[in-house]
Design a protein around this ligand. Structure first.
Ligand SMILES: [Fe+2]
Ligand SMILES: [Fe+2]
Length: 175
């Protein structure tokens, strides 16, 4: 059984994952508005990932005998100065999420809650991937330096991304 404190902390993280979904949907809308359909596609796939993260946590809280309680979401930004600015924001946001996940693991260790600690390990690995990808795309955009041709090439590449549900998410109602 999951403690009240751990339960509240994961509920808070569900809110952050749903906020991430909201933020990336807002970024998708920004990219659509400036005609970068590939980046918009990339963001919409990210939206699905974030929903999946939230639902994995939802299912875990339920399975561990807890109760999911949803809180209001903050409103995301709606505009960014440039595609690069959006990906710099993405990287900053993912670093924030990583620090929150670390906080959850710290609490699980403090409470000797090995089940929750084990559950959270997937998210630790996922955050390495999230930060790496956001940084890589930011680096590419920095190299492109606002050159239209390079930007369109990168955009085409990002248009090929498809959502692949993680094996850990099967059965959580996310897909
Ligand atoms: Fe996430
Ligand atoms: Fe991911």
């Amino acid at each position: 059984m999951i403690s009240e404190k751990m339960q509240a902390a994961i509920n808070e993280q569900i809110n952050k994952e749903l906020y991430s979904e909201y933020l990336y949907l807002s970024m998708a809308s920004y990219f659509d508005a400036i005609g970068l359909k590939g980046f918009a596609n990339w963001m919409r796939v990210q939206v699905k990932e974030e929903r999946t993260h939230a639902l994995m946590m939802y299912t875990y809280v339920n399975d561990a005998g807890g109760r999911v309680k949803l809180a209001p979401l903050d409103g995301p930004l709606t505009d960014w100065e440039s595609p690069l600015a959006a990906f710099e924001h993405t990287l900053e946001h993912e670093k924030f999420v990583t620090s929150r996940i670390y906080g959850l693991v710290d609490l699980a260790i403090e409470e000797k809650d090995h089940a929750t600690n084990a559950f959270l390990q997937w998210f630790i690995t996922e955050q390495v991937e999230e930060e790496k990808t956001a940084k890589e795309i930011g680096d590419e955009l920095r190299l492109a330096g606002g050159q239209t041709e390079a930007l369109f090439m990168l955009d085409r590449e990002r248009g090929t991304r498809i959502f692949t549900p993680p094996a850990a998410a099967v059965g959580v109602g996310a897909i």
